[in-house]
Design a protein around this ligand. Sequence first.
Ligand code: SF4
Length: 358
Amino acid sequence: MSPEPLPLALYVHMPWCVRKCPYCDFNSHVRPAAGIPEHAYVAALLDDLEFGARDCAGRALVSIFFGGGTPSLFSAGSIESILRRATTLFDPAEEFEVTLEANPGTVERGRFAEYRDAGVNRVSLGAQSFDARQLAALGRIHSRDETIKAASELHAAGLHNFNLDLMYGLPRQTIAEALADVDLALMGRVPGRDEADRAATADPLVREPLTDNPHVIIAWPGHPLAGQAAIPPIELRHEAFVQREAGSGTRAMLDQFLRLHRIEPPERLTVFGNEMAKHAVMSQLGISLTSAHTLSLELGTGALVRLDVEYTPIMRRWYVVHHGERWLPPAATAFRDYLLTDGARKVEAATRRLLSAG
Ligand code: SF4
């Protein structure tokens, strides 16, 4: 019996960039002043595909990765013509993944939807860092805000399957800075900004990290999973979820948690505000992801229980935010000082109590 032919993963290289980053040793070249020879290059790629296909008969095509360089310098039409030819020459697998590498500084508004319509179903976004100084040192053409905008445009275009490339171990990068990058990439949290960073991004707001704000999954006391230890997230796949309204941070976190663990709840009941969410859970309408700090009464009295689900609590962070260019009156200064010292200590003690109470 002859073995099953190996599946095929196709890599398509697009070797032009707006500017050559100083650290880059990829096969990439600065876009010529006259523009990329897009038509000639795509025609050559199509010839290559025809040629290569002769040796790959019978192999299912599982993925195509458009890498670079900066493939998002190519039009959606070019990507579509390569995809069309590839799917004619090879049999695409049922779960066929098409990834496009994109630079947050080169994708104009609206282009992601065109790539999606062309057949792209995953994007690899070259964020590298959210730190303005690191981006400048890396010679990148995009800013932190452009990456954030690109990520929300990907969501708006329905391209929820994307990754953000981050670099770490950058010159003079501290561990806290690297973690702040990961933090922002995963949860969309805004890391604290110091004076130099604020000046570089022309952002007037100062954000000073306060303490963690853990989010936990809650259920009613008689829930079958109550009391179980280390519940794998997939065990929640048959649970109805009570969720906050769209636009709330807690809702975004729940969406991300469910997506990450490939959970599609049979039912999602939307409520407005934490109080409604807690009452809906107490009424056994579903389980919910909620900020632990809103639950001190209910967890303390046993009206609700925390489910010990792996990868929870999900940590967000609170910040003290004020306008960096405005004078902070003495009362506001005293309040800020209190929050960052005694206030933070009290919240941390409450967090420990809450997490051990569940
Ligand atoms: S964008 Fe990527 S491929 Fe292009 S020069 Fe910079 S690191 Fe190299």
